[in-house]
Design a protein around this ligand. Structure first.
Ligand code: C5J
Length: 227
C-alpha cells in the first residue's frame, strides 16, 4: 500500500474511496469587494493558495478521482440562518444585507459563487452549507457514502473556521482526513499555523497534514498504476 509523506506519520492511501474536498473558495471570502474584505480583512493570504488548490483540482480530474466543493450560504429568506449567526461580529454588513457583490452569504448572489479559477465542471458536486462545518444540515455524508469515500484530502478557507470545523466533523464520522497545508489559508496566519499544529497533535488527533506536491506525487503513483 502506498502512502503520502505526511505528519505525524505517513497517510495510508486506500485502493479507492479518496476524494478532494474544497471548502468555501467563494468570491465573498476571496475577492476585494467581498464580505471578508468588507469586514476589514486582507484577502491576499486567501488568494495565495489558489494555484495549489487549482493544481489539486486538475490532478484529481486527471486521475478520475471525485471532487466535492462547498459554499457557505443561505436561501434568500435566511430560513436556515440562526439569528445568532446573523448578529455575530456586530458588523455594519450582516448576512442577507446588500454588499458590493449582492446579498451577503445568500445563495446564487454573485458573491456567493466559487471563484472563476476553481469553477466546478458539470457534474462535480457543490454543497451549500448553512454552517461552518460541511456536514451540518447538508447531504455531504450521504453523497460520500454513495461513492464509498473513506479518505478526504481537505483544502480551502478559512483554516481555523470552516476547514477545521469540517475536519473535526469528518474525523468524528470516521473519515481519514489529510489537510493540505499550502492549499488552506486564513486571514490570520497565526490561526492557520495553530490549526495545522492542532490537527496533528497527540499523534494525529484529527488527521494528517502534507503538501500539494506530496499529495499529487503520491496519488499519481498510486492511481495511474492501478487505474
Ligand atoms: C467563515 C469560512 N470564516 N468559510 N467562513 O465565516 O471559514
Amino acid at each position: 500500500m502506498l502512502t503520502i509523506p505526511a505528519q505525524p506519520y505517513p497517510y495510508p492511501l486506500p485502493d479507492r474511496g479518496i476524494a478532494l474536498l474544497i471548502i468555501d473558495m467563494q468570491r465573498d471570502f476571496l475577492e476585494s469587494g467581498g464580505f471578508g474584505a468588507a469586514l476589514g480583512n486582507d484577502v491576499r493570504p486567501l488568494r495565495s493558495i489558489i494555484p495549489q488548490v487549482q493544481a489539486l483540482q486538475q490532478g484529481f480530474r486527471k486521475l478520475g478521482l471525485p471532487i466535492f466543493q462547498t459554499i457557505e450560504g443561505h436561501p434568500p429568506d435566511l430560513s436556515n440562518c440562526p439569528p445568532s449567526k446573523r448578529q455575530r461580529g456586530n458588523s455594519a454588513l450582516k448576512i442577507g444585507d446588500l454588499g458590493p457583490m449582492g446579498r451577503i452569504l445568500v445563495l446564487n448572489e454573485p458573491g456567493n459563487a466559487i471563484i472563476s479559477e476553481l469553477t466546478p465542471l458539470p457534474g462535480e458536486p457543490v454543497i451549500a452549507k448553512p454552517g461552518k462545518g460541511a456536514f451540518y444540515a447538508t447531504d455531504l455524508a450521504d453523497q460520500l457514502q454513495t461513492q464509498a469515500i473513506t479518505h478526504l484530502i481537505v483544502t480551502g478557507v478559512t483554516t481555523e473556521v470552516c476547514v477545521q470545523t469540517t475536519l473535526r466533523e469528518a474525523n468524528d464520522r470516521g473519515y481519514s482526513c489529510l489537510l493540505v497545508e499550502d492549499a488552506t489559508a486564513s486571514y490570520f496566519p497565526e490561526f492557520k499555523q495553530a490549526t495545522l499544529d492542532m490537527v496533528i497533535s497527540q499523534g494525529g488527533i484529527i488527521g494528517w497534514r502534507s503538501t500539494t506536491d506530496q499529495v499529487l506525487q503520491s496519488l499519481t503513483a498510486e492511481y495511474i498504476e492501478t487505474s
